[in-house]
Design a protein. Structure first.
Lengths: 112, 115
């Protein structure tokens, strides 16, 4: 069975700080990996996705993530966060022929 | 850009009452999902439809929850009777068959409060 863990429940940063949110998954086969963001009062939106190829993927709003197959990880990064990045971030995995499984989420608070 | 529509956005009900949520996926999206998201947690799949057929309802509490997608377009999720532990956000998502077939598009959700 697939599962996803996210390392941090709540991260607090000041504007311009660098961000890295951890995500690890368990699944033995080919996976598609996703990061979704949920801004306050808004619905879940796709930030970026990995299907195959270059393990470093770039998404919207300056976010990127790196797939490290040997570590079963897909960490989200941003070099310099803004106040508007305050949101909840969810990592998700979809194994071949499987359904999507979401992690518990990481709440990011960016202080102005 | 087309969006997934859900209604109502908020629902407050008393324990043991019946509630129903409606979802209209993006036009042409054959796959439809219902998720439950408890506060502070990630979405958990309740049921998946492919057109009008249920593909996966293994996590749906079938003693009180039911879901249908009669014409393969919009869908209804029902809870009868509602229990206090059902308080959560109920999310609908849809996915196309081709093109961006590995992406889900989420609606705004229905926040259910059971008193």
């Amino acid at each position: 069975a697939q599962s996803v863990s996210q390392h941090n429940h709540h991260v607090i940063l000041s504007e311009a700080a660098s961000l890295e949110l951890g995500c690890n998954y368990s699944y033995g086969g080919t996976v598609n990996l996703f990061w979704y963001v949920q801004y306050p009062g808004q619905h879940l939106q796709l930030l970026l996705k990995y299907f195959s190829g270059d393990p470093l993927v770039k998404g919207i709003k300056g976010f990127e993530a790196e797939f490290i197959k040997s570590k079963f990880s897909f960490n989200l990064r941003k070099p310099s966060v803004q106040w508007s990045d305050t949101a909840e971030y969810f990592c998700a995995v979809r194994g071949y022929g499987q359904n999507f499984v979401f992690g518990p989420g990481t709440r990011l608070s960016v202080l102005p | 850009e087309a969006e997934v529509a859900q209604s109502p956005r908020y629902k407050i009900t008393e324990k043991s009452q019946a509630v129903a949520f409606w979802c209209d996926p993006i036009s042409g999206h054959a796959t439809l999902y219902w998720y439950r998201q408890i506060l502070g947690q990630g979405p958990e799949l309740l049921v998946q439809f492919q057109d009008e057929s249920v593909v996966d309802d293994s996590q749906l509490p079938k003693d009180r929850f039911s879901a249908e997608r009669l014409k393969g377009v919009d869908s209804t999720l029902k809870i009868q009777p509602a229990e206090l532990g059902d308080s959560a956000m109920y999310l609908c998502a849809s996915r196309p068959v081709s093109g961006r077939a590995n992406e889900q598009f989420f609606g705004p959700g229905t926040r259910l409060t059971v008193l």
